[in-house]
Design a protein around this ligand. Structure first.
Ligand SMILES: [Fe+2]
Length: 505
C-alpha cells in the first residue's frame, strides 16, 4: 500500500470525550489520506469491478454548543476506487462554508438539531429549521461527473471531484439553484435520462418544492408541491414517468413551531399521504393516496406496473418510540436512531392510478433500513433490495440483508462482533445483464483490531462472505449513506495509465 497524509484539520474535541456518538466506532477522524494499491487482506479485487464507492460520514471536529447529535457532524467523504484489479482510497472533509468558518473560529458556531436555534453564535445559517450549519454530511450522489454531498435539513449541494474529493464549488444549475430553501438530501439520479430529481422543504408555505436538473446541469423544471403544513420529508421516489412525494404524520408540533420551538410529534390519527405527479408536472396534476400512518426515512425504489405505482420503503411501526424516562438525555435523543425501537420493516405500497386504491404490506418481518438496489433499475422494476440490520439500541450497522422481493427470501451476512458497516452500494459488474450480477460494497469500522476495511461481496452470494477485504489507512468513523458510480461516468477516469495518476499520486 502506497500511503500519504494530505491534510489534517483542527479539532477541539476533548481527549476524554465521553459522548456515545463521538467515541468508539464513532470516533471522528482529523486526517485526510491518499492511498493507492490498498492491501488485500483476503480474497482478490475483481477485475470487472470498475468505478468508485463513495460514502459520506458525520465527522465532528468541535464540541457542540450544548448537545451533540450524530447528524450534526461535519461531512467527510470517503472514496474507494476500483480499476484494473487494483484499488485506491481517499478521504476529505467537505469544505462547506460552515466548516471553514468553524475552522477559523476554533469552535462550533451554529446550534445542532438537539439545540434551540437561538443558541447559534452567528447570525444566519442553513436548514429548514434555520440557524443550523449546513454540514453536507448526510447523502452523496454522482451527477454529471460530480460528487454532490447534501444535508438532510436542506442546504447547498457541494460539488466534489470524484477522484480527489476536492471541494470544487456548489451546484448552481446555471443560476437556477433554489438558494432560498436549499435542497434536501436524497436527490435522485436517473441513469437512463441523466436527470437529477430533487426536493426542498420549509416551514413556509407551500412547504415542499420539487425540481428536475438535466444532463447538462440546467434546472429544467421547478414547481410547488403544496402541503397542509410544515412536514419533515427525508426522501422521495420516482418511476419512469412520475415523481412521488410524501406527507407523513410525523412533523414539527405546529403550536410550538409558532413560538420558534422545533419538536417532532407523531400523529397516529392522521393518514400517510403519498403524492404521485408526472415528472414534469405541477400541483394541478398531483394525485394523493392515503395509507396507514407511519414515517418513512428511506424509500428503496418505485416503478410502474400496469395501473399501479409500486413503492418500496421502510415502514416504521413506531415512529415515536416511548420516551425512556430516567435513562438520560442521550437515550431520549437516540431512541429515534434505533431500528428495533422504530420497528422499521421493508414495506410495499401499491398505488392504483385507475381506482385511487392503496394496497400495502410488509415484505419482511426483520427490522432493516438503508436499502439500495442495482442503480440501473432506479425507477424501473427491481427484484433485490440490499439493506442493513442494526446493533440493537445503536445507530451501528451489524449486518447486510439481501431481500428478494419476488420469492420473499431474506439472506443475511452478519459482521463479526464489534465490526460495523455502512450503507451498502450495489455495483453492477462491467458488462452485466442480470440484476444481481455485480458486487456489494461497504466500509467497516472494526473495534477489535482498530482498523477499517472495504468489503466487496458477490451480490448473488452475500452469505458466502466477502470476495475481497481491503485495508484502509486508519480506522474511520462509522457513517451511513453511500453511492456507486461506474468509471466511464467519471471525468478523467481513463485519461491516465493508472488510477494512481488520476488521483495525483
Ligand atoms: Fe437519509
Amino acid at each position: 500500500m502506497d500511503v500519504e497524509v494530505v491534510g489534517r484539520v483542527l479539532s477541539t474535541l476533548p481527549e476524554d470525550d465521553d459522548h456515545p456518538y463521538r467515541t468508539g466506532p464513532w470516533r471522528p477522524q482529523t486526517t485526510e489520506w491518499r492511498a493507492d494499491d490498498l492491501a488485500v487482506v483476503e480474497g482478490g479485487i475483481p477485475a470487472d469491478l470498475d468505478g468508485v464507492y463513495l460514502r459520506n460520514t458525520e465527522n465532528p471536529v468541535h464540541p457542540a454548543i450544548r448537545l451533540y447529535h450524530p447528524f450534526d457532524g461535519d461531512g467527510m467523504v470517503h472514496v474507494v476506487g476500483f480499476r484494473d484489479g487494483r484499488a485506491f482510497y481517499r478521504n476529505r472533509f467537505v469544505r462547506t462554508d460552515g466548516f471553514l468558518a468553524e475552522q477559523e473560529a476554533g469552535e462550533a458556531l451554529w446550534a445542532g438539531i438537539a439545540d434551540r436555534p437561538e443558541l447559534s453564535r452567528r447570525p444566519g445559517g442553513w436548514g429548514a429549521r434555520t440557524r443550523m450549519k449546513d454540514a453536507s454530511s448526510t447523502d452523496v450522489v454522482v451527477h454529471n461527473g460530480h460528487v454532490l454531498s447534501s444535508f438532510w435539513q436542506c442546504g447547498d449541494l457541494y460539488r466534489l471531484d470524484p477522484l480527489t474529493l476536492d471541494t470544487v464549488g456548489k451546484a448552481t444549475w446555471g443560476g437556477g439553484f433554489p438558494s432560498d430553501w436549499g435542497v434536501s438530501a436524497h436527490t435522485k439520479t436517473d441513469g437512463r435520462t441523466g436527470e437529477l430529481l430533487f426536493f426542498s422543504y420549509s416551514t413556509e408555505a407551500p412547504h415542499l418544492r420539487y425540481g428536475v436538473v438535466d444532463d447538462r446541469d440546467r434546472l429544467v423544471h421547478h414547481t410547488d408541491v403544496p402541503l397542509p403544513g410544515a412536514r419533515l420529508p427525508h426522501d422521495m421516489a420516482f418511476t419512469e414517468n412520475y415523481a412521488i412525494f410524501n406527507d407523513l404524520p410525523l412533523f414539527w408540533d405546529p403550536e410550538l413551531l409558532e413560538r420558534g420551538r422545533y419538536a417532532s410529534r407523531f400523529h397516529p390519527d392522521l393518514p400517510s399521504r403519498l403524492g404521485v405527479m408526472p415528472r414534469r408536472g405541477d400541483a394541478s396534476r398531483i394525485r394523493w393516496f392515503e395509507a396507514e400512518p407511519t414515517y418513512v426515512l428511506h424509500f428503496a425504489n418505485a416503478y410502474e406496473d400496469g395501473d399501479e405505482i409500486v413503492l418500496d420503503g421502510f415502514f416504521q411501526g413506531r415512529p415515536e418510540p416511548p420516551d425512556p424516562r430516567g435513562e438520560g438525555v442521550y437515550q431520549r435523543m437516540f431512541r429515534f436512531l434505533a431500528l428495533e425501537r422504530l420497528q422499521t420493516r421493508l414495506h410495499r405500497w401499491r398505488l392504483n392510478l385507475a381506482t385511487g386504491q392503496v394496497r400495502e404490506e410488509h415484505l419482511a418481518e426483520r427490522y432493516t433500513e438503508f436499502g439500495t438496489i442495482n442503480p440501473g433499475h432506479g425507477g424501473r422494476p427491481h427484484r433485490y433490495t440490499y439493506a442493513v440490520t442494526q446493533k440493537p439500541g445503536w445507530f451501528l450497522m451489524d449486518g447486510i440483508v439481501r431481500h428478494d422481493t419476488r420469492t420473499g427470501a431474506h439472506e443475511r451476512y452478519a459482521f463479526p462482533e464489534g465490526v460495523y458497516g455502512s450503507e451498502t452500494a450495489m455495483a453492477p459488474r462491467a458488462g452485466s445483464t442480470a440484476e444481481d450480477d455485480g458486487y456489494l460494497i461497504t466500509l467497516t469500522t472494526d473495534m477489535n483490531t482498530d482498523t477499517s476495511e472495504c468489503l466487496v461481496f458477490d451480490a448473488a452470494r452475500l452469505t458466502d462472505g466477502p470476495v475481497a477485504r481491503l485495508r484502509l489507512p486508519e480506522r474511520i468513523s462509522s457513517g451511513t449513506h453511500s453511492a456507486w458510480a461506474p468509471g466511464p461516468a467519471l471525468p478523467r477516469w481513463r485519461d491516465t495509465d493508472t488510477a494512481a495518476e488520476a488521483i495525483g499520486l
